[in-house]
Design a protein around this ligand. Structure first.
Ligand code: PEP
Ligand code: MG
Length: 323
């Protein structure tokens, strides 16, 4: 099986009849990109930039951020690298910001909400990203978008960052693609609106499941309610992918679900075009895809979408996997 997976490493992601599904790696530090390359990643679908801000007393400077983003992009050698802007709050603490403790941190002051409030911090990160985009196919992704207003406001700050760099005569790439994470249920439901103003989508299933099923993703007492195959979750994913396809933009999945064995076929069947996962899961995802045609994946997805419960869907999935 090891040798079999090694053979998939150097192949692109595709179904047995050639529908392309781009297989990418999730990274937390620029150094992680090396392993994505070694294991045949076709890009980085999610670079969690939080690592630069956590476990330290101060904030990273524009130069430090620029170097980190540039390194990731250079390591990926021309392949796309999606860098997510600061996604903190919830369970992720940043000592330098000294944020107030909240009763419902996952529903609180976090991610893009902090960035749109603290544009001083946001501008520094966006400037570093625009500058690093000269070294490869860097794309910017905003987390926790719940409405088109937030996307517009974030893009406005991006324009301000460009104006500042222009005024200072600093080199940057003005043609960066700007996408969003779809991880709040209303964003999935309104994906048709968002798709008109985003260059790509990436579905964050970790949070999408948490919010749509109202189940804290880190609370073990209720983890039995955390079901990726809940038909409601699958319908949200299908809606998002449909809106993306109709507007000609890519729709990825970058939550844990993307790298779960067998899920590549399900997500492909739901209309997803990119899957980003931990590097070690990439060869198996390619093998899963290559074992079935696109029509088979679509048929599986249609059956799952029509189920009455997660349990029923899980039975169908287990049978499909031959378990
Ligand atoms: C997600 O929510 O699925 C995701 C990929 O982001 P994170 O796990 O960092 O919240
Ligand atoms: Mg998330």
């Amino acid at each position: 099986r090891r040798a079999m997976l090694a053979a998939f490493r150097d192949r692109p992601g595709e179904t047995s009849d050639g529908r392309r599904i781009i297989i990418e790696g999730n990274i937390g530090t620029p150094g992680d990109a090396v392993r994505v390359m070694e294991l045949g990643g076709e890009g980085v679908g999610l670079f969690r930039s939080e690592f630069l801000f956590m476990d330290r007393p101060d904030l990273p400077s524009e130069e430090e951020q620029f170097q980190a983003y540039k390194k990731a992009v250079e390591t990926m050698d021309g392949r796309p690298v999606i860098i997510r802007t600061l996604d903190i709050g919830g369970d992720k603490e940043v000592p330098a910001l000294d944020l107030e403790k909240e009763q419902n941190p996952f529903l609180g002051y976090r991610a893009i909400r902090i960035c749109l409030d603290r544009t001083d911090l946001f501008l520094v990160q966006l400037r570093a990203l625009l500058r690093a985009a000269r070294y490869g196919d860097l794309r910017i992704m905003f987390p926790m978008i719940s409405s088109v207003d937030e996307l517009r406001n974030a893009k406005q700050v991006l324009r301000e960052a460009r104006d500042l760099l222009d005024a200072e005569g600093v080199d940057y790439n003005p043609n960066v693609k700007v996408g969003i994470m779809v991880e709040i249920p209303v964003a999935a439901v309104c994906a048709d609106v968002l798709a008109q103003e985003a260059d790509f989508f990436s579905i964050g299933t970790n949070d999408l499941i948490q919010y749509s099923c109202a189940v804290d993703r880190i609370n073990e007492k209720i983890s039995y309610l955390y079901r990726p195959l809940h038909p409601g979750v699958l319908r949200l994913i299908a809606m998002t992918a449909k809106a993306a396809n109709e507007n000609g933009i890519e729709c990825g999945v970058c939550g844990e679900m993307a790298g779960t064995p067998g899920m590549a076929s399900v997500l492909c069947g739901l209309g997803v075009t990119n899957l980003s996962m931990s590097a070690s899961a990439m060869p198996a995802a390619k093998a899963d895809l290559a074992a079935h045609s696109y029509a088979e994946c679509r048929e599986l997805a249609q059956r799952l979408l029509k189920t009455a419960s997660a349990e029923e869907a899980e039975d169908i999935f287990a049978e499909w996997r031959g378990e």
